[in-house]
Design a protein around this ligand. Sequence first.
Ligand code: SF4
Length: 362
Amino acid sequence: MKYLSEYRDPVLAQKVIENIKKISHTPVNLMEVCGTHTVAISKNGIRQVMPKTVTLLSGPGCPVCVTANEDIDKAIWLARQSGVILATFGDMMKVPGSYSSLSAEKAEGVDIRVVYSTLDALQIADDNPDKKVIFFGVGFETTSPTIALSILEARKRGLKNYSVLARHKLIPPAMAALLSLGEVKLHGFICPGHVSTIIGSKPYKFIAEEHGIPCVISGFEPLDVLQTIYMLVRQAENGEARVEVQYKRSVRSEGNTTALKILDEVFEVCDADWRGIGIIPNSGFKLKEDYSDFDADKIFDVEVPPPKDDPPGCSCGEILRGVKFPYQCKLFGKACTPERPIGPCMVSSEGACAAYYRYGTG
Ligand code: SF4
C-alpha cells in the first residue's frame, strides 16, 4: 500500500477481519500500550468487529495519564516559586495532582505557559533573562529526544535560565512490569509505532523471549491495526512469541540512531514512578550529571506534601494496568466526562476513558 486511502480501504479491512476470524480459535487478550492506538481502535470501531475470541485491552499508553500525582505536585510547586515560568505541553494542564492542577494554578495567576515544542520554551527563556524557565517534560521515547535536544541547544546558546523537570518514561520496562504483576493474562502486545520509530524493534525482544509474549509493532491506520491483530493472533495460535514489525514503513530494527545518540548524550536510565503501577525499575530518564545545571530536580530544593491517591471512585490505576475497561469505572460518563474530568484518563485526548467516551464502549 502506497496511499493513505488504501490504509483505510473498507473492502481490504473486511478481508483482514475475515482472516482474523478464520484463524482465531483460542481466546486472546491483546494489549495496546500507546494512547494513539487506543484512539485509533476506538475511532475506527475495531473492538466491535473483532471475533469473540479477541479482546483488546488498553494499557499504560498515555504519557499524561501515567504521570504520578507527586510529579504533578512538584511541577506546581516549582511554578509557584517567585521568578519562575513553567512551560509544558497542553495535555498536562488539566490533569489533577494531589491538591491542584496546572490550569487551576494558571487561573490563579501563576505563570504557566502551554508550548507546542521545546523550542517555544527555549524562546521564552531567551525572552525572559530575568526569569527561570522550567520545562515540565513528560512523555515516552517519542518526545524525549526533543527534550534532550532543547538542553543541548540551551547549552549551545549559553542559556543559564532554562531547566527541565524530566519525567520521561520508557515503554518496554512498563510492559514487563505489567506481565510481572500478573493481574491480567496477556497473549500479545500491540507495540507503539511512534516509540518504536525511535527505539527500533530490539528493545521488545526480551518480552517475547523471556516472557513468551508475541509483540507486533503497529502503525496507526485502521488496516495497520487490523493487520497487527492478525499477526498477533497468528503467533498466538501457532504457539510462537516473536517481535514482528507491521509498521515497516517507519520502523527499523535499530531505531533512529541519531535520536538515540542524542538521548544517550543527555539522559541516563533511572527508576520511575508510574500512576497506577508505582515505581518501575529502569523505566525513566534523568539528566546525566554533566547536564545537572539544566536539571530542575538539582537546581531547586522541591518540597511537596505527601501525594494523595486518585480521587475516590476513580479507577484510572486499574485502567492503566488493563485490569478494568473504562466503562467499568462507576464514575464513567456520569460524574466523569471530558467536560468535567475526574481522572487523567478522561482528561487527556489519548486517555482510554476519553477515547471510550468519545467513540463508544463496544
Ligand atoms: S472514568 Fe474518570 S474517574 Fe473513572 S477511571 Fe476514568 S478518568 Fe478515572
